[in-house]
Design a protein around this ligand. Structure first.
Ligand code: HEM
Length: 147
């Protein structure tokens, strides 16, 4: 499925008995574009499209705070504390790192398409390309299906 289809602009003019006053596009206030933008979340520098998990990540959903950023630490610690919503894994316990690997593989990689990588994952600190970078293998998705 192409995720770009999810934010196509829908314009539904109502039938009107009055013709538009000019040839300019005739828009009613209720005909605003309906956007449902994709929802992204990064874990370990891998950006996933979690739109299909709207019940977890959508507006008002329990894990909405994890979205729009790299939330590696929060996922590892099962924490939604804003201080934990970061890529930083400093000081995590062996158990937390194990939980992180588990959720990364069994939830994110298994369920959601990868749409990219954070700069931190593909660049060195000085901004040069990280030559050791390797894209994740994802058994159920192929990057060319997404674009
Ligand atoms: C009382 C506390 C919690 C309960 C009862 C709970 C319950 C659940 C349940 C039942 C699921 C599985 C849903 C499914 O696969 O259908 C789930 C998934 C998940 N939970 Fe929690 N949870 C709690 C707290 C947290 C916290 C604090 C985090 C913080 C990061 C968290 C992160 C996640 C994640 C990342 C998933 C996977 C969502 C996905 O499939 O995309 N949970 N939780």
């Amino acid at each position: 499925m192409c995720h770009f289809y999810s934010h196509v602009c829908i314009y539904t003019p109502k039938p009107s008995t009055h013709p538009p006053p000019s040839k300019l596009p005739f828009l009613r206030p209720e005909s605003l574009c309906l956007f449902s933008p994709p929802i992204y979340l990064a874990v370990k520098g891998v950006v996933f499209d979690v739109t299909s998990g709207k019940e977890f990540y959508g507006r008002g959903a329990p894990y909405n705070a994890l979205t729009g950023k790299d939330s590696t630490r929060g996922v590892a610690k099962m924490s939604l504390d804003p201080a934990d919503l970061t890529h930083d894994t400093t000081g995590l316990t062996a158990k937390e790192l194990e939980a992180l690997e588990d959720i990364f593989t069994k939830v994110y990689k298994a369920k959601y398409p990868i749409v990219g990588y954070t700069a931190r994952r593909i660049l060195n600190e000085d901004g040069s390309p990280n030559l050791d970078f390797k894209p994740e293998d994802q058994p159920h998705f192929d990057i060319k299906d997404e674009f």
